[in-house]
Design a protein. Structure first.
Length: 272
């Protein structure tokens, strides 16, 4: 019998929750360039910090096995050493609601929007390793009973190539080849350290592939057929979201305050 990876749909916290990088809100690595007017921030986004349950309720009917939820480090630890227990509890409640619907929950521990207090050059600094380990252990130990797995980094390769070579993500560097190499080595160290950790390691999902939903139907079908070796296939994203980390496409849209699925029958069949 052919192996079938579990199908997950992603939720990009910074792009969908709202409440970041404004006055008296958690600050991320995007705050300096937002202040300079280089791009728009997420603003109120889709307001999922209060409404996650409303969109999660629609996921089972779409045929997914679970959701990949980004827990935002800047919300959990808005200032160095200051942990927001209420935020951690909220993520736990969201994960618990998803599980009550029969969905698996894979957490992303670090995504594109890291806390501002780490600095724009975070991935070049030697002390990033204990900070990431501390954050990861805190999240996993707190939410262990309501999650089915974790992914340490949403896309560490993008953080390196787009951050240090293409200049399209913090720290907004271009053609910084030596720094890109060092950052990639840092991610290798971090990945190995997290895998060896007795709290985080056992919860890491094995082989994961992330697929954008703005591909052609033929391309999505090809991905499905070539991903039998994966443990989880993550489609990005349930909602497109707002701001610099918005997904290229989303499956749900809000009309007159109500969320509903916005996908063709052909795409629905491919995702089922």
């Amino acid at each position: 019998m052919e192996r079938r990876p579990r199908l997950f749909i992603t939720l990009e916290g910074y792009a969908v929750e709202g409440g970041y990088d404004g006055p008296h809100q958690p600050s991320t690595c995007f705050r300096p360039t937002l202040a300079l007017g280089r791009h728009a921030g997420p603003g109120d986004a889709d307001g999922l910090w209060r409404d996650y349950e409303k969109v999660l309720d629609l996921v089972p009917a779409l045929g997914f096995d679970g959701v990949r939820l980004s827990v935002e480090w800047a919300r959990i630890e808005p200032r160095r050493g200051e942990v927001d227990e209420v935020a951690l509890a909220r993520y736990g409640a969201v994960a618990r609601h998803a599980r009550s619907l029969g969905l698996g929950v894979t957490l992303v521990l670090v995504d594109t929007a890291w806390p501002a207090w780490l600095g724009l050059e975070a991935w070049l600094l030697p002390w990033i390793v204990p900070h990431v380990l501390g954050h990861a252990r805190r999240v996993v130990s707190t939410l262990d009973d309501v999650i089915t797995g974790v992914v340490p980094f949403a896309d560490s390769r993008a953080l390196v190539t787009k951050g240090f070579m293409e200049g399209t993500l913090p720290p907004w560097r271009r053609d910084a080849a030596s720094d890109a190499t060092f950052a990639a080595q840092q991610f290798e160290v971090l990945t190995a350290s997290l895998a060896a950790d007795d709290v985080v390691g056992p919860r890491i999902v094995g082989l994961v592939r992330t697929v954008p939903l703005n591909l052609s139907l033929a391309a999505i079908a090809a991905v499905r057929s070539s991903s039998a070796e994966c443990d989880e296939l993550h489609f990005r994203s349930l909602l497109q979201g707002c701001g610099p980390t918005a997904a290229p496409a989303g499956l749900l849209a809000k009309t007159k305050g109500e969320w509903s699925a916005q996908l063709s029958d052909e795409l629905r069949a491919l995702l089922a």
